[in-house]
Write a protein that binds this ligand. Structure first.
Ligand code: SAH
Length: 374
């Protein structure tokens, strides 16, 4: 049955009240998230983004934090069905960076104003704990004013603790999906959601600033799966949340699956900003790949972080998690200047700072800017 204009208006008003509630209370029920996601439209998104921008500006002004991504190995023992560097992809040309190469990426990054280095890679047992500890210590001693973020997958609690003690303070481990049945559609049996979540809780316990996250539009994902992702964020209260659209890779079992959309990714970014007002929220490379203005739009939807690539140019096109990844032909300096221009043109500016998460004052209503930082 066709809705009348006044019925549509009434519906939109009801949805706006749900967004108001999220802004005020920082949480909704699963059904409320589903209602918002399934009934969203352009007017509602604009309403959401405006609020999300207001909240992010209360905490972070118009600053955008930089994280330099160093993709130091594309060897991986895992076989995630969505990922281009999965073990079974025999066409992937594998590489590893040496400690010296990693340090020279940091040197170049430091010159370009980066104060956070993200060491990301496949799950590569070639680097022992003592290798990783040596790399972390070397970076820390050359760049004591910088933060080190690790993104190297699932390891033991003892390993996580040892890296923390060596000087790594942040850890990114996307949970990928918070629904067990959906998790098993995306991963082989050897991987479990339970273990992934345990790792995240353990990282938190140790004292890391933790980032989780998920792909938007991954094969088989339902709206209720997305609601479960949002509820999981409410529980974990991570300092950072990385989300981006799923994009197929031609040499994976999901080669023929459709991509996620920028539009839904942006809507979710807005919701996450209202749920976790002080969160570090990157406008990701995958978002910039699916839409040429994706990163700008991500910032305008409540994002406050960008993660340009600092990997040496000769390995960039080998760290191919999905097809058509942007910036694989660029030098670090080109990426740095490109992103600066992109941010400036939408009224924001890159800052030279570690960019730690702001501490939320529990007493505050979530809209005032706390003075203390972590
Ligand atoms: N091995 C590390 C790093 C994984 S790569 C780990 O397990 O955490 C970083 C993220 O890229 C993944 O967590 C995943 O969410 C994302 N990713 C992988 N394949 C992708 C694809 N085909 N499309 C979009 N994002 C993808």
């Amino acid at each position: 049955m066709k809705q009348t204009v006044s019925e549509i208006k009434e519906d939109t008003n009801r949805l706006k009240r749900l967004i108001d509630k999220l802004e005020l209370e920082h949480q909704l029920s699963s059904d409320e998230y589903i209602t918002l996601i399934d009934n969203r439209n352009a007017a509602l998104s604009e309403y959401l983004f405006e609020k999300a921008r207001r909240v992010r500006e209360a905490y972070y002004g118009t600053d955008v934090y930089l994280r330099g991504l160093i993709e130091f190995t594309n060897y991986c023992k895992n076989d995630c069905y969505y990922c281009g560097i999965r073990r079974s992809n025999k066409n992937a040309e594998r590489y590893r960076l040496t400690e010296e190469q990693i340090l020279s990426c940091c040197e170049e990054g430091y010159r370009l104003g980066f104060r956070t280095f993200v060491l990301q890679g496949g799950e590569d047992g070639y680097y022992s704990d003592s290798d990783l500890i040596a790399i972390i210590r070397a970076i820390k001693s050359s760049f004591p004013d910088c933060a080190i973020t690790l993104s190297i997958g699932e390891r033991s609690a003892e390993s996580y603790r040892a890296y923390y003690e060596a000087g790594a303070e942040r850890y990114l481990l996307r949970h990928e999906t918070a629904d067990g049945a959906h998790y098993s559609k995306l991963h082989p049996e050897s991987m479990t959601l339970e273990n992934r979540k345990d790792c995240l809780w353990e990282l938190k316990r140790i004292g890391y600033q933790v980032g989780c996250g998920f792909m938007v539009g991954s094969p088989g994902q339902s709206t209720s799966n997305l609601a479960a992702d949002l509820i999981f964020l409410q529980e974990l209260q991570p300092q950072m949340v990385g989300i981006g659209p799923f994009i197929p890779h031609h040499d994976t079992p999901f080669a023929k699956e459709p991509s996620g959309t920028a539009e839904l990714t942006l809507f979710l970014l807005g919701l996450i900003r209202l749920m976790l007002p002080a969160v570090l929220l990157p406008a990701t490379t995958a978002l910039g790949t699916i839409d040429p203005m994706g990163r700008e739009k991500g910032i305008l939807a409540g994002g406050n972080v960008v993660m340009p690539n600092l990997s040496p140019r000769e390995v960039r096109d080998k760290y191919l998690l999905y097809d058509n990844k942007i910036c694989t032909g660029d030098e670090a300096a080109e990426c740095r200047h490109c992103i600066e221009g992109r941010m400036n043109r939408v009224g924001y500016q890159i800052v030279v700072a570690r960019g730690d998460a702001k501490l939320i004052n529990q007493e505050s209503d979530g809209t005032r800017c706390p003075s203390e930082t972590l």
